[in-house]
Design a protein around this ligand. Sequence first.
Ligand SMILES: Nc1ncnc2c1ncn2[C@@H]1O[C@H](COP(=O)(O)OP(=O)(O)OP(=O)(O)O)[C@@H](O)[C@H]1O
Ligand SMILES: [Mg+2]
Length: 247
Amino acid sequence: MSILRLVDLTKTFGSLLATDCVNLSIDAGERHVIIGPNGAGKTSLLNQISGQLRPTSGRILFKDVEIAGLAPERICKLGVGRTFQRNNLFNRLSVLDNVRLAVLARRGNPMNAFVPMARLAALESRSVEILELVGLGDRRAALVRTLSYGEQRQVEIAIALATEPDLLLLDEPTAGMSPAETGQMVSFVAALPRTLTILMIEHDMQVVFSLADRISVLHYGRLLATGAPAEISRNESVQEIYLGTAH
Ligand SMILES: Nc1ncnc2c1ncn2[C@@H]1O[C@H](COP(=O)(O)OP(=O)(O)OP(=O)(O)O)[C@@H](O)[C@H]1O
Ligand SMILES: [Mg+2]
């Protein structure tokens, strides 16, 4: 069963085709990785799904509901969570407070100082639950700025999970990481529950091949190929444009 369907999705920036008539269907529970050279249109594709960018034409169906062009908050409330390339954390707050703020933002008005005590308790237990789910339970009291870079990126994923998504979009979760941190991130993502569908962009081929159920290759905005890792690695046009040197 597909959870996300892109139909003839197109995004232009002036004369540039950032997304060129992309058709793609993602199954519920799938881990789908998008690869492609720099400037291929990977982030633009993700930005259209999460509402940061309005498509020029085409459709985006999330659980059979048209979401193309909706505001990011609406799309988030419908169940699409995402992380950003840049660090979005409150560095002087604890890990727990960062997640708590995200849960509040999802559930109600974060600016209301008169949140009833019972709700605060529920908020705290939900935040702790999320941190435990992502293996950061014992780091909850630490200030974000004292965490390693790898851990900070894990907190960003915890925050995306705090919005209780069914589909999680990750834009290069291992970018800038050391090999050890990359290894931890791979185990971390691999351990996320299968009830969650993951669509991620990744450059590191080892990461791609250890996490992907299926891979899509973008090239100049066009979907060059979609398939199981073995299919993609023996696809000749993919080898030519992309994997030739990297894999
Ligand atoms: N807001 C924008 N205005 C104009 N052009 C843009 C905008 N955003 C992206 N582009 C262009 O669209 C193309 C696709 O960019 P995008 O960031 O989606 O690529 P990418 O595959 O994510 O690249 P990278 O691997 O470097 O992150 C690039 O040529 C880029 O310069
Ligand atoms: Mg990008």
